[in-house]
Design a protein around this ligand. Structure first.
Ligand code: ZN
Length: 388
């Protein structure tokens, strides 16, 4: 990486602007590139020369046509892995973000990292074979984990959150297990959810988007000013472990009364179980609420109010345009969202509360694996950027 403010950093930044413009507009002449990027024609000419020498762009000059620049057709494929508490999904995509194949399997709870990754490796092999892609053609890979990942150590930031992964360098383990010719980038699943919804889903076209994952784990991925925001060590957005009740239930993170202890999918189903005498899924609870069950409706509305209390603070701090609800509890979004809006209106800074739209995410169960594909694609683009 280059030092911020150095000539190298400026060159990387300008080169990024040129690549970005080509990604967005396809074919462009050098004059058009200068206009789109706001760079001087001489700077554009210099950057294009370097990119062409590195094989990242090609010049086309068909008969009667002006010379134009476009990105070199991307050889290679990317692999995305979503490693959840109870499932693994693997997808393989080309460099145009086109998903060729994806598969999902259930996982025994609390499986060790090594056993879980062996399962992921079998699935990846199957998905690659189905897509007709040889593993040597994979140019980037990424994996999402339902835990904060400390970017400075590569380890799960809070070991108690994902017990099977204690003391493990997640990137090393994934890279060894999957046997791909590239290092696997690892990030928190809520961050990947934010990337996916921003690329393909309900957040497309917005610059400030919060993706809120409400499942057994609760967390947020933050797109701020058009960039995924990770904080100093990559663990920003842990809204599930903000304190709601200092002397409440003990949380798996070691604190007490975290938001997650109050609103996780597991907690919601367990509150209801003694009352209805059976275990209901979130979908079944939603269906009963819609059919008139007062207890089910109250339970889900309260989740909306409790999450809304934390979201109100988040909106006052970050002033996002869009909050997208994902995870298992998104199935209850018709009850959750009005309750969230009520609390945000009551507790949030009025200008921020008035500016935010709360919606259900558009990508459903595919969200996190698509986010892994988006992260892998981004890794392949930055590799091209820094190697050239
Ligand atoms: Zn906690």
């Amino acid at each position: 990486m280059s030092r911020p403010g150095s000539p190298r950093a400026l060159r990387d930044l300008n080169r990024g602007r040129v690549l970005e413009a080509l990604r967005e507009y396809g074919d462009l002449s050098q004059a058009e590139l200068a206009r789109k990027t706001g760079l001087a024609p001489a700077t554009v000419s210099n950057i294009v020369r370097h990119l062409r020498a590195a094989g990242d762009v090609v010049t086309t000059d068909g008969a009667g046509r002006r010379k134009s620049i476009r990105l070199a057709p991307g050889p290679g494929f990317v692999v995305g892995v979503d490693y959840g508490h109870r499932h693994i999904s693997v997808a393989v995509a080309d460099l145009d973000h086109e998903v060729l194949t994806e598969r999902r399997v259930d996982l025994a709870p609390d499986m060790s990292a090594r056993d879980g990754m062996a399962e992921a490796a079998r699935l990846a092999q199957h998905v690659l074979a189905t897509a007709g892609v040889d593993r040597t053609e994979v140019v980037a890979a990424a994996m999402g984990l339902p835990a904060p990942i400390d970017r400075t150590t590569g380890r799960v930031g809070s070991p108690s959150i994902l017990p099977g992964w204690v003391g493990v360098d997640a990137g090393d383990l994934a890279s060894d297990a999957l046997g791909l010719p590239v290092r696997v980038a690892v990030d928190n699943d809520a961050n990947l959810g934010a990337l996916a919804e921003w690329w393909w889903g309900a957040g497309a076209g917005y610059s400030d988007v919060v993706y809120l994952k409400l499942s057994d784990g609760v967390g947020a991925g933050l797109i701020i000013g058009g960039h995924l925001y990770g904080g100093v060590t990559g663990t920003a957005g842990e809204i599930g472990h903000t304190t709601l009740d200092e002397y409440g239930d003990l949380c798996r993170c070691g604190n007490r009364g975290c938001l997650e202890t109050v609103v996780s999918a597991r907690r919601v189903t367990s509150i209801l179980e003694p009352i209805v005498g059976e275990h209901l899924t979130i979908l079944e609870i939603v269906q009963r609420a819609e059919a008139g069950s007062r207890a089910c409706e109250r339970l889900l509305t309260d989740v909306g109010l409790q999450v809304g209390r934390s979201l109100a603070d988040l909106c006052s701090l970050l002033n996002p345009q869009m909050v997208l609800i994902g995870g298992e509890l998104a199935q209850a979004s018709t009850l959750l969202i009005p309750a969230m809006e009520r609390v945000i209106g009551r507790c949030g800074v009025p200008a921020a509360a008035g500016a935010v739209h709360i919606r259900r995410g558009a990508l459903g169960a595919r969200t996190h694996v698509l986010g892994a594909v988006a992260l892998a694609r981004r890794e392949s683009a930055s590799a091209a950027l820094f190697n050239s």
